[in-house]
Design a protein around this ligand. Structure first.
Ligand code: ADP
Ligand code: MG
Length: 322
């Protein structure tokens, strides 16, 4: 039987990379991190709970990936460079096979982003994964939610809606072809946080958020914080490859209110269009202009001809959807 300390040593302890920001990692009372001089820390926590954020029996390798990915996505949305993260883990049992696969998924994504696991806490309990990420950013370049201005263009990275499509197929709410499921499932299980794009948009974007609860709801947070409104062209929304094969009503619904997309939604002045497209090119992620910020508060969705569509934001709320 693995002890708590064997478990931490075997699956979660690695020597910090020389020359990186981690002076001291797992094994002491605290980790020591050195952010670059003149930058501030960007800190975010996201928790994944079995039965709430993932199905019981979910693939542990994908869970390891997703638990870190959703946290990295918050750093991306702030334009912060990832430095390190901690992992608070409640496990029903110290199952070696599960831990091996979970840590593989987790640490592979960590390596891809050159970010280190620097500490955490491990306890027995119902499966619960809580990660806190630490990043750094020059204070004036952080992409906050309150910077959108009248006339700014609204952009979204990558594509929307495939994660929701996969989720509803797994819940037997709709049926997908095998080919669609093969395209959509990775978007749900292994989201790719847009950190390169987030950092490239520093000092270009006026505001940014990552799309985790659905585009309309998340953009709504920018509008509220910035005291502005928006007009969105539903026909301009970039749909996921699997969603593209669905009818118009579902395409619009899932692109607008999908959830679990982990794309970036951001605003930038019209004059910055070339800079935005250049940042996207450099980071290898396509971006699409989907609308414009307005002075009058409120969200208006139109079709490609500018005709108003009656849509509502059904952003996910854990307490509204028990
Ligand atoms: P403390 O009693 O000081 O809270 P612990 O005994 O909980 O320390 O943990 C010992 C060390 O292992 C600490 O450095 C802690 O950060 C680290 N640690 C514990 N759990 C994890 C985990 N799941 N992943 C990474 N590091 C962990
Ligand atoms: Mg502890």
């Amino acid at each position: 039987m693995l002890s708590e300390f064997d478990l931490i040593t075997r699956y979660f302890t690695r020597a910090p990379r020389a020359g990186g920001p981690v002076l001291l990692g797992v094994g002491d009372d605290c980790a020591l991190l050195a952010p670059p001089a003149g930058e501030v820390l960007a800190i975010s926590t996201d928790m994944l709970v079995e039965g709430r954020h993932f199905f019981a029996g979910a693939d542990p390798e994908a869970l390891g990936h997703k638990a870190l990915a959703v946290n990295l996505s918050d750093l991306a949305a702030m334009g912060a460079q990832p430095l390190g993260f901690t992992l608070a883990l409640a496990l029903p049992a110290a199952d070696a096979g599960w831990l091996e696969a979970f840590s593989r998924g987790l640490l592979r994504l960590a390596d891809e982003h050159r970010i280190e696991l620097v500490g955490g806490d491990t306890t027995r309990g119902p499966l619960n994964l809580c990660i806190t990420v630490f990043g750094s950013v020059p204070p004036k370049q952080a992409m906050r939610r309150d910077g959108a201005r009248d006339g700014d263009e609204i952009w979204v990275s990558g594509t929307l809606g495939d994660a929701r499509l996969a989720l509803e197929a797994l819940q037997h709410k709709l049926t997908l072809t095998a080919q669609q499921m093969a395209m959509a499932r990775p978007r749900l299980d292994r989201p790719l946080p847009r950190n390169a794009l987030g950092c490239a948009l520093r000092s270009i974007a006026t505001a940014a958020i990552d799309v985790s609860d659905g585009l309309l709801g998340d953009l709504g947070h920018i509008l509220e914080c910035s005291g502005v409104g928006a007009v969105i062209d539903a026909d301009a929304l970039p749909c996921g490859a699997a969603l593209t094969l669905e009818g118009q009503a579902r395409r619009r619904a899932f692109a607008l209110n999908g959830g679990d997309d982990y794309e970036l939604c951001f605003t930038a002045p019209v004059q910055s269009r070339t800079a935005v497209l250049d940042a996207a090119q450099r980071s290898g992620v396509p971006v699409t202009c989907i609308g414009r910020i307005t002075r009058e508060p409120g969200m208006h969705v139109t079709d490609g001809n500018g005709t108003a569509l009656a849509v509502h934001s059904s952003s996910f709320d854990h307490f509204a959807n028990p």
